[in-house]
Design a protein around this ligand. Structure first.
Ligand SMILES: [Zn+2]
Length: 930
């Protein structure tokens, strides 16, 4: 009996055990796991959790679907293949949804994957509503917050494939998604049950496909990582290259809009951007200085989450993980900073990548971050990598995936806290003004360029900031940004001046100033205190504002007062293309029409058809109609045929120039070295614009080393994503001496070459103009800041519409100068003080015993400048630049070189500066003074 009972119990126990194991046991895919091990170059690079790989009876693994595991040598996938895999997974799993967010400039879809338990996905709309409430504490009663949070699951967003040469993340994410769906480990169940994971698998799809083609066309055969063969195609997106992660203040590109839309719709508590550059895995916290507007809770989260991930990945056995020593955390315009700017947390990883799926010996001996070698042991890098590492694509996948799983675990285990923080930051922002913060900003509607005022207001709205319009009272028509709103800290940061500490131990990672008012040329007034500021008559804007111009007077002649409006040049191209008989004149001196004082550069149109008045008004410009034109000094406008030049080795700044021209609808032709070589330039163009380009004068002349040639960038059956937006049979070799000679002839025959920032090398250092020479800037340190400038040459048409003292945005760029006796060619200078050689000498002069300078002139020349040089940002050793030339206009033969030593078209940000370039284009055929 006893025996039987025992036997029965044993059988029961066995039965229970086998039942238990049947539910819990994860079937494993040994072949997959073995291949992971095989492609990982060192057991130290294999995370403990990847010794096994889950098998699924329902879902195809990457190996089953593609025939190779993720991270296999020599394999990279196009967006279509990536998306197809996700579509299959989404159709077979109730743990994932796939939605299309938008389409890129080139028409490729941008998708979002939403992964969680089926219960969570069923409740998705409910969670979205809750998060929307938590995002705006004004919408809910504080006492319900804990209850709402307890009923809400946090969302966590992963952004893959933003930088196209950083090829690992779109690959890694496929494997991660398979594991998130198929793996029954407690770690994955915890993530599925407690986080809603949002994944943008290829946030720059245009660049991804060009890059994958590039890999198969060129770099797959590469033997050494740093042999000099380009890792990247010439373009990623249609317009924007690596700066696709510098568009968060403009939100001008589709990929940025997609990231913003996902954030606003789902309000993830964390956003993690997956980059590749640093060995072996860098987890962002940044070195500081952090911008003061960032809530200290966010700064704390960066550290906690960074160190959490470091700890977990290190516990997986992986060496070389670190935080702190890379980037600083000041500039707010990176894509996923939409999270930091809106009360969530934005972070990034840099894993070590080979820009493809080759295995390379990588040399870290000279790589330093924050002053220390990356292979050195530091407090923030407890287990450094060795000086050399043999690195594979699979290693990269292991590292990135371990990090991401760590991140998701953190969100799963700390969801309540993260949601509380998210809500609390909103509360802090709403109350900031009560603790000594500013109360509001006021933007008058009637300003120099009404379109720019509207643009500023609309850009604030793009950033989720409430803007009111005062509809009644004395100040009717002003826009008001009250700082008692959930994103008031960011509103303040956008509208105030930046003050980067000069004593900061670490140099900034990017630009340091962005003040919208100065960037756009719009006056913005700060209101420090609530007392005395009326909120009567304020109505919140519920849609973007647009500008309609007005008309006055009567008659068929049309006059537009010039105030350096950005819309003038596009308007004139429109008028001249739709009105064959229209004559356009421009005033060369101030004048008066219908009692209105007109500035130099004012536009006078005669012979245009009747619809032109509406066209002008629709473009937000005011027009005076008159039966006669004022008897003023004018010149006839001959709108130029414009070429925009690009090299094949650096299309970054040139892409922004094309974007600006197309967005403003200014016609142009894109040209490259082949056009310069072909010559015949005067027959095709009047203006050749050379955008900011990196590289020495040798690279500008000779381009990509022709030892790699011929290197076609053409659309072929095998490489269907190449050949756009420009194509060539051979990217190597620049314009060469012949091409440069043709460019020189173009100018000498009457063409205008306009150079922007370091594009000036191509005119100055090649000797196309001999008057302009490069100037050593010594210890000048000039990270992107807004600085004072002064017109040198009053009445010069390039400065039409600007006051004598104005400002521009300038970064660390090459300086240029003309000789002391050619300073007439300096149109605008940096700062307001004179150069030393221009100051009046008041000492003795041997051989001229009765020398007595004009005492008034001496006193004036010694005056302290009334204007600060730095308006927003920071410059070290500014005396090296104050007085030097910002714009030059130099005659060459029958033509001219106009050289900007800053970039008036910097990333579609400094719209205040752009009309200086529009003026140069509009007046391209005015001969500069010899
Ligand atoms: Zn990157």
């Amino acid at each position: 009996m006893k025996f039987i009972t025992q036997l029965k119990s044993a059988v029961l126990l066995l039965f229970c055990l086998s039942f238990f194991t049947e539910i819990q046991a994860q079937k494993n895919d040994k072949i997959y796991a073995d291949l992971i091990e095989e492609y990982t170059t060192d057991s130290r690079f294999l995370p403990r959790s990847m010794h096994t790989f889950p098998a699924s009876s329902q879902l195809p693994s990457p190996l089953e679907h593609f025939g190779t595991i993720i991270g296999a040598p020599g394999v990279m996938h196009h967006t279509k293949d990536i998306y197809n895999y996700y579509k299959i997974l989404a159709s077979k799993s109730d743990r994932m949804q796939m939605v299309t967010v938008s389409n890129s400039e080139e028409g490729r879809p941008i998708h979002l994957l939403i992964i969680s338990s089926p219960e969570n996905l069923n409740n998705l709309d409910n969670y979205k509503q809750n998060l929307n409430k938590l995002a705006d504490p004004r919408k809910m009663d504080a006492k319900n917050v804990d209850d709402l949070i307890s009923k809400t699951k946090p969302m966590y967003y992963l952004n893959g494939g933003l930088h196209s040469t950083e090829m690992g993340s779109p690959e890694m994410l496929m494997e991660l998604v398979f594991r998130l769906l198929a793996e029954e480990s407690s770690a994955m169940q915890n993530i599925r049950d407690n986080v809603i994971t949002l994944i943008n698998p290829v946030s720059e799809p245009d660049g991804r496909d060009k890059q994958v083609d590039w890999y198969y066309r060129y770099t797959k055969s590469k033997k050494n990582y740093d042999d000099g063969l380009r890792s990247s195609p010439p373009y990623w997106g249609k317009y924007v290259f690596h700066d696709n992660n510098r568009d968060g203040l403009q939100v001008s590109q589709e990929l940025t809009k997609a990231i913003f839309n996902v954030f606003y719709e789902y309000h993830p508590v964390g956003m993690l951007d997956l980059h590749e550059s640093v060995a072996l895995l860098y987890i962002s916290t940044g070195t500081g200085p952090y911008n003061t507007y960032i809530d200290p809770i966010t700064i704390g989260e960066w550290q906690v989450m960074g160190n959490h991930d470091l700890t977990q990945v290190t516990a997986e056995g992986l060496p070389g993980v670190f935080t702190w020593a890379f980037y600083n955390g000041w500039w707010p315009g990176y894509g996923i900073w939409v999270a930091n700017n809106h009360n969530a947390t934005g972070r990034f990883y840099e894993t070590f990548g080979n820009a493809g799926a080759n295995t390379f010996m990588r040399d870290l001996s000279n790589t330093k971050y924050a002053g220390d070698p990356v292979h050195s042991r530091q407090w923030y890098r407890p287990v450094p990598p060795t000086e050399k590492v043999l690195w594979s694509s699979r290693n990269n996948v292991n590292y990135m995936q371990s990090g991401v799983v760590a991140s998701l675990s953190y969100a799963a285990n700390n969801g309540n806290q993260l949601l509380k923080n998210f809500y609390q930051k909103g509360v802090n922002n709403i109350n900031k003004w009560k603790q000594g913060g500013k109360y509001a900003y006021v933007i008058n509607k009637n300003q120099r360029d009404a379109n720019m005022t509207a643009y500023l207001v609309n850009q604030l709205r793009v950033q989720g900031i409430d803007v009111h319009l005062r509809k009644s009272g004395n100040d009717k028509g002003e826009y008001v940004v009250l700082l008692n709103q959930p994103y008031s800290g960011f509103a303040d940061a956008l509208l105030s001046k930046q003050d980067y500490p000069k004593t900061a131990k670490h140099n900034p990672y990017d630009d340091i100033a962005w003040t919208y008012g100065l960037m756009y040329g719009v006056d913005v007034k700060a209101i420090d205190k609530a007392e005395g500021f009326s909120t009567n008559g304020l109505e919140m804007l519920t849609e973007d504002v647009s500008v309609k111009g007005s008309d006055s007077g009567s008659g068929s002649n049309l006059i537009i007062n010039y105030k350096a409006q950005n819309e003038i040049l596009p308007l004139l191209y429109k008028v001249s293309s739709s009105n064959k008989d229209a004559k356009i004149k421009i005033s060369t001196k101030p004048t008066i029409a219908k009692k209105e004082a007109l500035a130099s550069g004012s536009i006078m149109i005669s012979g245009a058809d009747k619809s032109t008045v509406n066209l002008i008004k629709d473009m937000g410009l005011d027009v005076i109609k008159s039966s006669t034109l004022p008897d003023a000094s004018t010149r006839t406008v001959k709108l130029p045929r414009i070429a925009i030049y690009h090299t094949w080795y650096d299309t970054q700044a040139e892409g922004w120039v094309r974007f600006t021209f197309e967005n403003r609808k200014i016609p142009y032709t894109s040209i490259n070295k082949d056009d310069l070589k072909d010559g015949n330039l005067n027959n095709r163009f009047d203006v050749i614009l050379i955008p900011h380009t990196r590289g020495s004068v040798e690279s500008m002349i000779h381009g990509i080393d022709s030892k790699w040639g011929p290197m076609p960038y053409t659309k072929t059956e095998a490489y269907p994503h190449h050949g756009y937006p420009d194509e060539t049979d051979d990217m190597t070799g620049g314009p060469g001496f012949d091409g440069m000679d043709n460019l020189k002839n173009f100018v000498e025959n009457g063409g205008a070459v306009i150079t922007l920032a370091n594009g000036t090398r191509m005119a100055a250092e090649t000797g196309i103009t001999r008057e302009l020479t490069s100037l050593s800037s010594g210890n000048l340190y000039h990270p992107g800041s807004l600085v004072t400038t002064k017109i040198r040459n009053n009445g010069h048409h390039i400065m039409n519409g600007y006051p004598e003292v104005t400002h521009v945005f300038r970064g660390n760029l090459q300086m240029y100068q003309v000789g002391k006796y050619q300073r007439d060619h300096m149109v605008m200078q940096y700062g307001t003080s004179q150069l030393k050689d221009e100051k009046i000498y008041d000492g003795d002069i041997m051989g001229m015993q009765d020398y007595k300078p004009d005492s008034l002139a001496v006193a004036k020349s010694k005056e302290k400048p009334k204007h600060k040089y730095v308006l927003s940002g920071m410059v070290k050793n500014e005396s090296k630049i104050v007085g030097q030339g910002a714009i030059f206009d130099i005659p060459v033969g029958k033509g001219r070189v106009v050289a900007f030593t800053f970039n008036p078209l910097h990333r579609y940000l400094n719209h205040h500066d752009a009309p200086m370039l529009w003026n140069a284009i509009l007046n391209w055929d005015v001969k500069p003074k010899e």
